[in-house]
Design a protein around this ligand. Structure first.
Ligand code: H2B
Length: 101
């Protein structure tokens, strides 16, 4: 499995500035955002659109859904040396997801 470069501290700061609704999780190894929709239909529609993007980018969210709420965590399993971290793939996915809402 090829390793993906981890974002630098500056790149992480830029990511959070560009996507203020995302916050760091897992000691800086992931980002997370919570989405609140009007009902389950809307939440599932959103998840379907994210799923299609995830497939085209070969980068898949960890997520949790209860009725109209969707929590998404992005991390790159192949980044860094000790089991995952943030990479450009998370930046791209956060940007794509933010464009949907
Ligand atoms: N999704 C996420 N979130 N992180 C990864 O490192 C990742 C992925 N790697 N989806 C991809 C698939 C990898 O397993 C395949 C083999 O390219």
């Amino acid at each position: 499995m090829t390793s993906v470069p981890e974002l630098t501290q500056d790149e992480v700061a830029q990511l959070l500035e560009d996507h203020p609704k995302w916050e760091l999780a897992r000691e800086g190894k992931a980002i997370t955002r919570t989405f609140q929709f009007g009902d389950f239909n809307e939440a599932w529609g959103f998840m379907s659109r994210v799923a299609l993007i995830a497939e085209t980018q070969d980068h898949h969210p960890e997520w949790f859904n209860v009725y109209a709420k969707v929590e998404i965590t992005l991390t790159t399993h192949d980044a860094g040396s000790d089991g995952g971290g943030l990479s450009i793939r998370d930046t791209k996915m956060a940007r794509a997801i933010d464009r949907l809402v």
